[in-house]
Design a protein around this ligand. Structure first.
Ligand code: NAD
Length: 401
């Protein structure tokens, strides 16, 4: 019997697991994850802003482990591709015939000083819950300190994650204000962003729509202001490109969302990688090992059209999971693998619960109808990672009636 080991129960790993479990064959699967639950990483901003509880964006991995699959809850320490073994932090060593590496992302600080110590990250359920608790504590503090900085929340970076977080924070503005005992407009939301042309994946009109919606709600954008350092309760940004002069923005809540890298395990295990991402072969395997598939945020796949790797998204991770599973099933039968192809269905960013904007195919969608599309995307993702049961219990159906 062949042994297939899947590392990571995110979008890519669970999709691969479900595809393999749906097929018959002489193989056993071991799924490894540090948590006993899967989380929808695209919804972490809702837990961070407190608009959804963690239960809404998570489900038990046990719910999707079927048939001859074993679940091992442990941290992956290292992968030895030559010996075909995976070392876990619980002391176990797993041998494999086929390996799927889908270990996901971590926050990228780009070496900027003070980020780790003085900014909050939002990379998993724990850190997202920590952000929310931090905000609530600052609002409570304000009642006694009357320090304006307790009412200030700064989001660093205006990528999809930053924008979606700002939208969710806006949804809870009234709640924060009531805890602090102030008027909602006294809660100050800021976004500091390095570039001036935001959301380059969208045309200017569509990007402007999203940003102006947030601005009209009273969110302050400082654009073209690269962050140079995070000091305690202080964001230091470059204010003048020519002179390099910097300015400081003080706040008691500083959240870091300037981009992500692939898992540290890739570098630690000697993969040929850049920022934790490995440029894979056309069939999604490691260029040096045809039994090792690298998918999701640890993988870089070249987009022939743009000449650059595809951006890491949940959509491409799900698609890679499906493809890696199909290729392993082919290899088990002695067939050749097929190259991965990807056609984006578009991308939609939520701005709070009832607004969104983005592209579906090539068509722009905005406002309330777009938020309907966004909820359908979230439900589809739950269906693909967890199945019907998870979609029905965790899905977003509040707009369907
Ligand atoms: P990102 O790389 O897309 O955006 C990061 C932003 O931070 C950029 O605008 C960048 O200019 C800015 N930035 C970087 N360094 C900075 C600095 N020193 N100072 C100020 N600003 C700085 O990262 P992300 O938003 O975390 O998204 C990661 C990936 O996940 C992307 O591919 C994104 O498309 C995807 N994603 C998709 C969705 C969705 O489909 N709804 C949601 C979240 C994330």
């Amino acid at each position: 019997m062949k042994e297939i080991v899947i590392l990571g129960a995110g979008y890519a790993g669970l999709k691969a697991l479900r595809r393999l479990q749906a097929s018959k064959g002489d193989f056993h699967i071991t799924l490894v994850d540090r948590n006993d639950y899967h989380y929808e990483a695209t919804d972490l901003h809702e837990v961070a802003a407190g608009t959804q509880p963690k239960e809404k964006i998570t489900f038990a991995i046990a719910d999707v482990v079927k048939g001859s699959t074993t679940f091992e809850q442990s941290e992956v320490k290292a992968i030895d591709r030559k010996d075909q073994k995976v070392q876990l932090s619980n002391g176990k060593s797993l041998s494999y015939d086929y390996l799927i590496v889908s270990l996901g992302f971590r926050s990228e600080s780009f070496g900027i000083a003070g980020v780790a110590d003085n900014a909050l990250e939002m990379v998993d359920v724990k850190t997202a819950e920590n952000v929310y608790q931090h905000i609530i504590d600052r609002m409570k503090d304000y009642a006694s300190t009357k320090n304006q900085d307790d009412l200030k929340i700064v989001v660093c970076g205006a990528g999809f994650t930053g924008i979606e977080l700002l939208g969710a924070l806006e949804d809870n503005r009234k709640k924060f204000a009531s805890i602090a005992g102030v008027e909602p407009q006294e809660i100050q939301l800021y976004c500091v962003e390095a570039v001036t042309r935001l959301l380059p994946m969208f045309d200017e009109k569509l990007a402007d729509y999203g940003i102006s919606t947030l601005k009209n709600w009273g969110i302050n954008f400082l654009t073209g202001k690269p962050i140079k350092e995070i000091k305690p309760d202080t964001v230091v940004y470059q204010d003048n490109k020519e002179t390099g002069a910097t300015k400081e923005l003080t706040a008691k809540t500083i959240i870091w969302t300037t981009g992500v890298s692939g898992s540290n395990v890739m570098e630690a295990s000697g993969f040929s990688q850049r920022r934790g991402r490995v440029m894979v072969a056309a069939d999604l395997t490691d260029p040096d090992f045809s039994n090792v598939y690298i998918i999701g945020d640890v993988s870089a796949v070249m987009d022939a059209k743009s000449g650059r790797p595809y951006p890491t998204t949940a959509q491409i991770a799900l698609s890679m999971g499906e493809h890696a599973a199909k290729n392993i099933l082919a290899q088990l039968k002695g067939d050749t693998t097929t190259p991965f192809t990807f056609k984006s269905l578009g991308s939609v960013a939520s701005i709070g619960n009832t607004h969104a904007f983005g592209l579906v195919g090539k068509s722009a969608v905005k406002g309330y109808p777009a938020s309907f599309v966004k909820k359908m995307i979230m439900d589809k993702s739950l269906l693909e990672t967890g199945g019907i049961k998870e979609m029905l219990s965790k899905g977003r159906f509040d707009l369907y009636h």
